[in-house]
Design a protein around this ligand. Sequence first.
Ligand code: NA7
Length: 555
Amino acid sequence: MTEQLTLETTQAAAQPTPQYDVVVIGAGVAGIYQIKRLADLGFRAVVLEAADDLGGTWYMNRYPGARFDSESYTYGYSFSKEVLDEWHWKERFSGQPENLRYLDFVAGKYGLRRHMRFNCRVEQLRFDEADATWTLTLAGGEQLTTRFVVSALGLLSIPTPPKIPGIERFGGQAFHTFHWPKEPVPLAGKRVGVIGTGATGIQVIAEIADKVGELKVFQRRPNWSAPLHNGPISEDEMAEIRARYDEIFATCARTPGAFEHEPDRRGFYNVSREERVRLWDELYDRPGFAIWLRNFAEIFMDEEANAEFSEYIANRIRQRVHDPEVAEKLIPKDHGFGVQRVPMETNYFEVYNRDNVELVDISETPIQEITPDGIRTTTRDFDLDIIVFATGFDAITGAYDRIDIRGVAGVTLRDRWRDGPKTYLGMLVHGFPNLVMVAGPQSASASTNYPRGIESGVDWVTGLLEYARAHGYARLEATLAAEADWTEHVKQMYSRVLMRKAKSWFTGYNSNVEGHGEGTTRYFVYNGGAPKYVNTITDIASRGYEGIEFAAERA
Ligand code: NA7
């Protein structure tokens, strides 16, 4: 104790005290919970948020049809009994306006806004080795100093509109789904084009098809998709869910995806074809990701098993789409079911039976340019009033790349990660001391039910910061060896799953981002499942944070 006090006194005399113990970047689902934990523990902490309000993903994505694919009651925070008791999820898969109200409710309940600053875009982070302090520079030039930085930047917070010639000349309204305007966009009678058929495109297309005049869907590659089966949650059902919360979260904690869905482990080849089809018929009618995550585990790893199930889903699509040629275009041919993120849909395939909807296959007739009047493909001009880009995100590392992050010796994170991220536990990076990521690349948060993952991440990070405080440590850094081991482990996990071959944001594919095209696989997410991940990080913490070097004094 005496020794620690002496050390702290010496440090105080020698080094300027940073303004904050912790700066959290991002006021989304992760940042909100992180600041709650830090404020409760008396850290001098602030959240900096680039947008003009909290909510992250649920603040930005206001497009029609934006909703959870996770059961609402498994998506909400589990940390507060009061919140669990008081909040009534109105729908099984809640929509964006309600989700934003929920986050606002949580922040309001615990007075978290007073720890948040909005309209604060962080442009640079610079580590000062002499003080073991980060200096942050905001757009506008303001600078802040802090001992630790916790990044809660979001996995999908950098939208990527396509690079199409003429895009700026379009005479109508054009926006990425992430920037769908706050004010209502009149759709009645309008000619609307949607580019992109991922999880977002599928939601927006299904929602607006009967509200617009004409809808043209520009599809490059189709996606496997299955019914969401959304529905209201009555007062009685909500009471039953509240009574089950402990059980629900316990189930989430032991399943790979951190959902209530557990894989079928009978063995694909141990049961007859009839039994397999019986399971699939049942899963197709079940809500949410059941069709993906309650399926035989072999679907994810075995080409043959995957192909048989994919054909089952293909037949479902054929049954739902009247025009056989259109149906075939909606069936993916280059990848099997579930090797990319599975979009969940509500009457999506039926949209193509409507007279006002046309599927434009831009793999056959690519878009050449955007004209003042609409979209020109190699064979036709489509006159449009509105163009919606549902073209995805510079996922996982995009938000890090947008900040000039300079660690030890001025090395930039962007350079360090040029060929893909390297991390320790998805939370720390060698050469970037005192920077901790709550849902970073190679963590389990990205590949599991997000709030379940971030609660584990935030709790672990908070424990680490408490540990440093308790021991008087001013500096912590992952070792190069620990980082190399973890990154190799993450890579190994990819080798087990078919997902490694897919052109999806799970492997860093995005044709709109330079260097992220075909054949540039990045090991972005942890594929070992939530329980294995949580066990690993808990174990490491219990062993005094193995793989992390701590220092009390200047280096
Ligand atoms: P995704 O899943 O990355 O989907 C993007 C879609 O946009 C996909 O169909 C792409 O086709 C298409 N796309 C992207 N760029 C272009 C260009 N330049 N031209 C034509 N089509 C293009 O993003 P989402 O927003 O749907 O989903 C992201 C996550 O949000 C989702 O997983 C959920 O977790 C929530 P491609 O397949 O690349 O041929």
